[in-house]
Write a protein that binds this ligand. Structure first.
Ligand code: ADP
Ligand code: MG
Length: 729
């Protein structure tokens, strides 16, 4: 067995960087080459079709059928010119990956041959045979129809030889079965709500857009090593493995020089991103060994999210080209940092103003404070829900661990913003109207310093941080669909802005000035949302106690965290925002619980198999070598001398026996716990049983295996060790 381990380590160690086919042109020449963007539309569509399509996109209107036919014809021509042979509706079922079913363009031509055909009907709507996608019981199998419909706000693109058309995925009865539908609904609701408030400051505002800039963290592992770790292959993380003596203590990986093999991979990936119109910009080493990050320039949230999902497919494909496997799991290795996907989020008007950015005059700063404070209030009110929006079986290994945001949502503002809020909360309106004072930020809202724009006062322990002109939702997991977090956040903020506006309008109707009305309601929100504001160390135990006192949600069990979706205030918020009906929320929670159970179930099975047929046989073989040696010592030396000579071996033999017995007993107990849990009918209760009775056993089994790894002869250990997985390039 160990033969395989040494072979793969050797293979990985000697691997050289793969050459990258760098295009001769500069990026601007091939950027968006594989995207049916406005420029291609202009080129391939008749003028009136082009205009009608752009109008529909810009005004969020449905596309008339004749226009769709004409668009389909142009799009097909472009795709064929690009070498595509198939097309697919590309959608986002509740599995956290994307789905596609390819159809060829070919149709009978009636003369025994074929022609390439594509029409508006096929472009705009399809009926994928989708009965096996998770739906939480919404679609009974006798009504297995799901519809996918083109989201014209996200352009079609070509992956490989296939034209991909971004679509929503809904049931026959109109319930969403995906992430895109509710995301579009949430973006719509925040657009309306924020536009109404932004008009206080600029009556010309017609739309408010939500922006997302994600930062994708990931690990790379050599493919040979990966193939020798069944746990990585089947679950995306290592279920066992003793910590490497050296890991990230020296902090020598973060922003370190990028190894040449990795650099070649990154370059290749960026070129592919640019062809697909994903504006990849930043790359660097992350904190943990073999951990890296890619970040694009931010875009409108719906498009940015499509691009993140596309990136997640692309990165896996390009990694294989370079003999790597990419790990998007939130915690592939115990004891070192896990991977998140920071969601940098902001709102901006169609007049080019970012609403979370301080401005140059009183009006802009009052607008800035208005929006920031409303976000704080929304996050405070729905802190449990926001946590639920990022919770998953995989992210649970990262949240609350030592390097990631804790499993409590709070907002970091930085000291400057904190002082401004404090000042507004305590000053009277007339004190705040003194705009002539030039004593800096302590004084009034007209004087928010520019320096805040490059707020470097970063608190890495905060799950939700204000970073100068945006908020950074850091608790999102690296493998997640960002839409989940973006749906909850945008909808919650929409609800808050609607209620804020109603109150401000009421003051104004009573004869108050708009400014006084705004300040009054801002003051109320600052006070109400004070408990969500925390600039201290989120990893500390004191914070956990303090957060509980403040009434923030401190639940750590993922299946119970999901309950937040069904709280009355969440149901009402989502219904008012037109994002989810109660039926949808219930169905989606069923899916979440089921997914949780399945993930733990698979891990538990893999761990059980590896424990029983990889680890125990090797440990016992090594133990019998020791036993053999002891009995030989005894046959040669006098008793007292033999006892002294074999004392340490006897200790090891006993220790191995203890660990083996514990592994065996705990594995049996884990199997039994699964059997009991599997008999539970309710998905929620089943997931809770898995969390409470299966997961803790897995932790115990792992502990004993990791101890054995240190005892058993290195030559015999079957699985590549952490030091080999993490330090070989
Ligand atoms: P850091 O690691 O320092 O947080 P990065 O440069 O890695 O920063 O990533 C920051 C991300 O935030 C990028 O995707 C960037 O485009 C995005 N971003 C910057 N400004 C905004 C904004 N106003 N709204 C949304 N995203 C933004
Ligand atoms: Mg960041």
């Amino acid at each position: 067995m160990s033969q395989l381990r040494f072979k793969v380590v050797d293979e990985a160690f000697n691997r050289k960087a793969d050459p990258v086919a760098i295009p001769a042109e500069r990026p601007q020449a091939y950027y968006g080459k594989n995207v049916f963007n406005r420029q291609k539309m202009f080129e391939y569509l008749p003028a009136d079709t082009f205009e009608a399509l752009i109008y529909a996109i810009d005004n969020k209107e449905a596309l008339p059928r004749e226009v769709a036919d004409s668009v389909a014809e142009g799009m097909k021509q472009w795709a064929i010119d690009m070498g595509a042979r198939h097309y697919t509706h590309w959608f986002q079922p509740l599995t956290e990956t994307t789905a596609e079913k390819h159809d060829g363009f070919v149709e009978h031509d009636g003369k025994g041959g074929v022609i390439e055909k594509f029409n508006g009907k096929l472009l705009v709507q399809q009926e994928p045979d989708a009965s096996s996608f998770p739906n939480g019981g919404i679609r009974n199998t006798f009504e297995a129809r799901g519809y996918s419909a083109w989201d014209i706000s996200s352009p079609a693109f070509i992956m490989g030889n296939t034209l991909c058309i971004p679509t929503i995925f809904i049931s026959y009865t109109g319930e969403s079965l995906d992430y895109k539908t509710p995301l579009l609904r949430a973006l719509n609701s925040v657009d309306k709500a924020a536009t109404a408030v932004a008009r206080y400051f600029d009556p010309e505002v017609k739309h408010v857009k939500s922006y997302l800039g994600w930062e994708q963290e990931y690990f790379l592992v050599d493919e040979a090593l990966y193939s020798a770790r069944p746990d990585l292959m089947l679950t995306g993380r290592t279920l066992m493995g003793h910590e490497s003596a050296k890991n990230q203590q020296l902090e020598d990986h973060y922003f370190g020089a990028i190894p040449s093999r990795v650099e070649a991979f990154m370059l290749d990936l960026e070129i592919e991103c640019h062809r697909l119109g994903i504006p990849a910009k930043t790359r660097h080493n992350e904190v943990a060994p073999n951990q890296f990050e890619l970040a694009p320039i931010f875009e409108e949230t719906n498009l940015a999210n499509d691009h993140n999902l596309l990136l997640m497919s692309l990165i896996a494909e390009v990694a294989r080209r370079h003999h790597f496997r990419v790990l998007l799991h939130e915690k592939p290795f115990a004891g070192i940092n896990g991977s998140g996907k920071h969601n940098n989020w902001s709102l901006g008007t169609d007049r080019g103003v970012l609403l979370f950015a301080p401005g140059k005059d009183t009006k802009q700063n009052l607008q800035f404070i208005t929006f920031v404070v409303n976000v704080m209030a929304a996050v405070h009110r729905h802190n449990a829900l926001l946590k639920a929006s990022i919770a998953s079986a995989t992210n649970a290994h990262r949240l609350g661990a030592n390097e990631a945001p804790p499993a409590i949502i709070s907002i970091f503002t930085g000291s400057q913003l904190a002082e401004i809020l404090e000042r507004i909360a305590t000053a009277t309106n007339s004190e705040l109207t003194d705009l002539s004072n030039r004593e800096g930020l302590r004084l009034n809202v007209s004087q928010i310093p520019e320096i805040m724009l490059d707020n470097t006062d970063r608190n890495r322990t905060s799950p939700f941080a204000f970073t100068g002109n945006r908020f950074e939702f850091r608790a999102v997991g690296s493998s997640a669909n960002c839409a989940s977090a973006m749906i909850a956040l945008n909808a919650a903020v929409a609800e808050q802005l609607i209620s804020f506006k109603a109150k401000v309008d009421a003051h104004v109707a009573n004869g108050e000035t708009l400014r006084d009305a705004l300040l009054e309601e801002i003051r109320v929100l600052i006070k109400e949302s004070a408990p969500i504001h925390f600039d201290g160390n989120g990893y500390s135990d004191e914070w956990k106690a303090e957060a509980a006192r403040r009434g923030l949600d401190c639940e750590t069990s993922v299946p119970k965290i999901f309950d937040a979706y069904l709280r009355p205030e969440s149901v009402k918020m989502f219904a008012d925002a037109g994002v989810f009906s109660k039926v949808e929320l219930e169905a989606r929670n069923e899916v979440k619980w089921e997914m949780y159970t399945k993930k733990v179930q698979i891990e538990a099975r893999v761990l059980g198999d590896l424990a029983l047929n990889h680890v125990l046989p090797v440990a016992i073989r090594y133990q019998s070598i020791l036993l053999d040696n002891v009995s030989k010592i005894r046959s040669i030396f006098p008793d007292d001398k033999a006892a002294r000579m074999s004392a340490s071996e006897i200790d090891t033999i006993e220790a191995i026996a203890t660990h083996c017995r514990m592994i065996k007993e705990e594995t049996e107990a884990m199997v039994e716990a699964r059997k009991v849990a599997n008999r539970i009918a309710s998905e929620r209760d089943k997931a809770i049983a898995y969390h409470d009775t299966v997961v803790p056993r897995m932790d115990v089994i792992r502990r004993h295996i990791d101890k054995l790894e240190l005892m058993v002869d290195n030559e015999m250990w079957p699985l590549p060790k952490y030091r080999e997985l993490l330090f070989i390039r």
